[in-house]
Design a protein around this ligand. Structure first.
Ligand code: SF4
Length: 347
């Protein structure tokens, strides 16, 4: 698979688009005006390997905490703003790495141009959002209802408008909760622009249903080299969005990283496979080294089934075997399995 050629843009020092890796992003769900809560979640997302964090700035009370967090985190932040151009301009002037607006709902064309010029002067990145809810009246009249063609036309019109203003540091995000609509709209847009694309299915659902729908939709585009940043939107802890996003890119071989495989468990299971696998997944979620770790519930089938893994654990009664390349290295008590495996891997 080869990544489609889009132009490179810069979000607070992070390069996106072009031949840069596809970046994983998520969004906080705390009250932004509460600094500590939001900061804590930003730290958790960063630890999980989130590369771009979007934070809703819904009123003026949110601006100070947003800027304070940005000053303290290494991850680029994007201020998510709807309907209020003054907030967008204020965030840009105060030094936000990026802002996200839906030009269709932020005000008049003149207002959008004012935001663009302010961003241009401050070298701030803009994410242009287009979705069914923000479609222009003329397009709704032309197509009769929101559809992939209308979404694509809106996105391309705005891309041209920004470019005509001499502004190129933007990416496009065309979202829908309908998988086919989102895929088709992005295919249409990708054909006609070099602007980087952010992919995501909106209102995707809860942990399991949202994961399945997002994976299905995003894979169709990613496999064709379309997409420069992704978000797996879930009604769940945003950390899960990051783990899922990274896992999707690893599975499609678009990013490298540690892969934790684990057995489904059965009556022979002797150790807490689920807990151990989740701890390891969390431990390595932001590590970009191609290593496979197997967590198997028993010694009967464990080492044999996981021969292809680089490292592994196979459960015994209140203990487990550590192995490397299918060979047993040592036996350790269950509570020390993760610690000893990490030490073995370090060595
Ligand atoms: S590895 Fe062992 S515990 Fe896990 S599913 Fe297979 S037989 Fe069951």
């Amino acid at each position: 698979m080869q990544k489609a050629r889009t132009r490179e843009i810069n979000l607070g020092g992070l390069k996106l688009g072009g031949n840069n890796p596809i970046r994983v992003q998520s969004m906080t769900n705390t009250d932004t005006s509460k600094f500590l809560e939001t900061w804590t979640q930003v730290e958790q997302l960063a630890l999980a390997g989130c590369e771009i964090i979007r934070i809703g700035v819904k009123d003026e009370k949110c601006i100070d905490p947003f800027i304070k967090i940005q000053e303290q985190t290494k991850v680029p932040l994007v201020a998510d703003i709807h309907f209020n151009a003054d907030l967008a301009i204020e965030c840009i002037k105060r030094g936000a790495d990026g802002i996200r607006i839906n030009p269709g709902n932020i005000g008049s064309v003149d207002t959008v141009e004012k935001i663009i010029q302010t961003a241009k002067n401050s070298k701030v990145c803009i994410r242009i959002g287009v979705n069914s809810g923000s479609l222009e009246k003329e397009l709704l009249k032309k197509y009769g209802h929101p559809c992939p063609e209308a979404l694509a036309e809106s996105a391309l019109n705005w891309a041209k408008f920004f470019e005509d203003c001499g502004f190129y540091n933007f990416k496009l995000s065309i979202k829908s909760s309908n998988i086919e609509e989102m895929v088709k709209a992005n295919l249409l847009v990708a054909e006609k622009t070099t602007a980087p694309l952010h992919l995501g299915l909106t209102e995707a659902g809860t942990l399991i249903s949202g994961l399945i729908r997002s994976t299905l939709g995003l894979s169709k585009l990613l496999e064709q080299g379309i997409g420069d940043t992704i978000r797996i939107s879930l009604s769940s802890d945003p950390v899960n969005e990051v783990i899922a996003g990274r896992e999707l890119l690893k599975s499609l071989k678009l990013r490298t990283g540690v892969q934790v495989i684990s057995c489904p468990t059965c009556t022979r299971t002797e150790i807490d496979v689920m807990n151990i696998a989740e701890r390891l997944e969390m431990e390595f979620s932001n590590v970009e080294v191609p290593i496979k770790i197997a967590v198997m519930g028993c010694v009967v089938n464990g080492p044999g089934e996981a021969k292809e893994a680089d490292f592994g654990i196979a459960g015994g009664i209140k203990e487990g075997l550590l192995f490397a390349k299918g060979e047993i290295v040592k036996k350790v008590p269950e509570e020390l399995l993760v610690k000893e495996l990490l030490a073995l891997m370090k060595r």
